[in-house]
Design a protein around this ligand. Sequence first.
Ligand code: SF4
Length: 377
Amino acid sequence: MDTLEKVEILGRSAQYDLCGEACGSEATRKRDDLGRWIYPAVLPDGRRVKLLKVLLTNACEGDCAYCANRRGRDFRRVSFAPEELARAFEGMWRRGQVEGLFLSSGVCGHSGQTMDRMIATVEIIRQRLSFPGYVHLKILPGATQAHVERAMQLADRVSVNLEAPNPARLNLIAPGKDFANALLEPMRWVQRLREESGGRLAPAGHTTQFVVGAAGEPDREILATTDLLYRELGLTRAYFSAFQPVPDTPLEGHPSTPLWREHRLYQSDWLLRKYGFTFEELIFDEEGNLPRQADPKMMWATAHPERFPVEVNQASREELLRVPGIGPRAAARIVWLRRQGKFRELSDLRHVGAIPQRAAPFVLLDGRRPPYQLPLW
Ligand code: SF4
């Protein structure tokens, strides 16, 4: 099999690894003229680049019940040698087809051996081929501290995928993975090494991913763990992947998770990371899930009439951020622009990037309630 064919197969196998930098949905990925998967991506510093997302191998000893690459599934298994993948990447990079790399892998043999080969690949790309651009390297479950440290020296960002929010849930879908020792512990090493290096190692931070809905876990469990990871392990971002059943796996008959659930989790995650909300302030239904009928911020605002309306011309940035339809950028612009003149009309909110019809029921504009229609929900 030639190298291009391997890139095609292992690029397709990598689709289940969420590439946090990818813009929009994974569906925005494009095939280049040779059939390889290229992802338009936004880097943590805001730059837009094209990433090659690929596995080193899709041969895996793991038996994760949701995974297309699990052992025993009948499909074509392919592996790269480090030199081979590094050269394939170099060709694409030098032709201007890609500007960065996201490298993950199945666990072929022992996870330490696979990590050795992943690291060897990036060492060639960095040291021999002098690639200066963006690299995101996945850390496999059970990697050693030495692997983690070397990966962080080479990559801009690393990730350890928890897949489930706690050991009991993980045991239902990936019984071969040890939540505490093989996943959480490497995340602790990442945090400690980042702190000790002053952010020099893995400067774009570390991320994780959850498969949503495969283990019957409610949103409350996922967000409780996410919140803990942000506060205690310095996690940069969490990603949520709605479970989709894969044929010929133990979960092939399990219902797929609706995409709106994934969307609600991302909205809640933004509230935790960008809006100053605490986990305790999120509103869940009786089953512990985020309600479908309204976004989490609207749910909170509706449940707290004592906090509204807020006067746009006087409210603090923190108070503005609690108003549905006003995001961090709009709040900052309101605080800046109101020094020059009062906000009097809903159109003034539109001009700063807020969504006036969402904000209207919760604000005063120069002492007056703006006109609005009650939302249908
Ligand atoms: S370890 Fe589990 S999730 Fe990772 S590739 Fe193997 S079977 Fe899939």
